[in-house]
Design a protein around this ligand. Structure first.
Ligand SMILES: Cc1cc2nc3c(=O)[nH]c(=O)nc-3n(C[C@H](O)[C@H](O)[C@H](O)COP(=O)(O)O)c2cc1C
Length: 285
């Protein structure tokens, strides 16, 4: 049985995607990115961003906190120096786009229209930046407006990535759909923090960060289940997926595809193992 899946005009050979911020092209040294459905790039912004002060990651029980703060070289350098390696190794590249101001999203997309990127994932859900990110993703009118402006800036499919740190995720998903989104992905990380009791100081340089990994899986699954019931477009499930069984739970909850994040730091072959596991599960009577 074929594992292939379509999101708008984008067809993936299998539904296993590596999540933004967790898979640089360097991962090719440890796994074969071409065997996956797609790889999502680290979020790119119009101008370069230096990111947040260190430490930027902390391990937590069953997960991790990060406060990278969308460090990236800006769209022009990304296009020349980073994107070619993603294109070289991955079967399909989905480019994650973020912005501090509304117009920046469409501007980044326009500048990448002439590349071999297969689709855009719009990050309106980063909890680790002062401006933009989740501030846009909390508001359904804003999500609708951003989606519409990006849709008119590109012919490539667009996926809107949602945050769990909101009060009404279903209406936000519907706002993305009515704005013209081809798919929806969820969830980005949850707000979190950790404190060193010896120094009495936060463990992250940015004080707070985003929680990911197996500890967020039940929450992610819940949101996927809720959102899949109210939209017609494909839903991509993200959050704590470590193995095939986790992935299958997301499909049963209503996901059409899945993304793997934190697991890439533990075992860079997780994606390939899940592709094989899904093929086996599909062929079992
Ligand atoms: C170190 C790190 C960096 C991340 N950077 C981004 C990013 O740039 N853009 C984005 O949309 N999500 C980013 N994320 C969120 C992941 O793509 C994913 O949504 C989240 O980690 C939940 O999935 P997981 O539990 O499988 O890790 C990042 C996550 C981690 C752990």
């Amino acid at each position: 049985m074929s594992l292939s899946v379509s999101i708008g005009s984008l067809t993936l050979k299998n539904p296993v995607i590596l999540a933004s911020g967790t898979c640089s092209p360097d991962l090719q040294k440890f796994t074969d990115l071409s065997k996956l459905g797609a790889v999502v790039t680290k979020s790119v912004t119009l101008n370069p961003r230096t990111g947040n002060p260190p430490p930027r990651t902390v391990e937590t029980p069953c997960g991790m906190l990060n406060s990278i703060g969308l460090e990236n070289p800006g769209v022009e350098k990304f296009k020349k120096e980073v994107l070619p390696d993603y294109i070289k190794y991955a079967d399909k590249v989905i480019c994650s786009v973020s912005g501090e101001l509304l117009y920046e999203y469409a501007e980044v997309v326009k500048r990448l229209n002439d590349t071999d990127i297969s689709a855009f994932e719009i990050n309106v859900s980063c909890p680790n930046v002062e401006r933009g990110g989740i501030e846009f993703g909390k508001d359904e009118k804003m999500v609708h407006q951003i989606t519409k402006s990006i849709k008119s800036a590109t012919k490539k499919p667009i996926i809107i990535k949602l945050s769990p740190n909101v009060s009404d995720i279903e209406n936000i998903a519907k706002a993305a759909e009515s704005g013209g989104a081809d798919g929806i992905s969820l969830i980005n990380t949850l707000y979190g923090m950790a404190i060193d009791i010896n120094t009495k100081k936060p463990k992250l340089g940015n004080i707070t960060g985003g929680l990911s990994g197996p500890c967020i899986k039940p929450i992610a699954l819940y949101y996927v289940y809720k959102v899949a019931k109210v939209v017609k477009m494909p839903v991509i499930g993200i959050g704590g997926i470590m193995n095939t069984e986790d992935a299958i739970e997301f499909f049963i909850a209503g996901a059409a595809a899945i993304e793997i994040g934190t697991a890439n730091f533990v075992n860079p072959n997780t994606g390939i193992e899940i592709v094989k596991g899904l093929a086996k599960y599909n062929n079992e009577p």
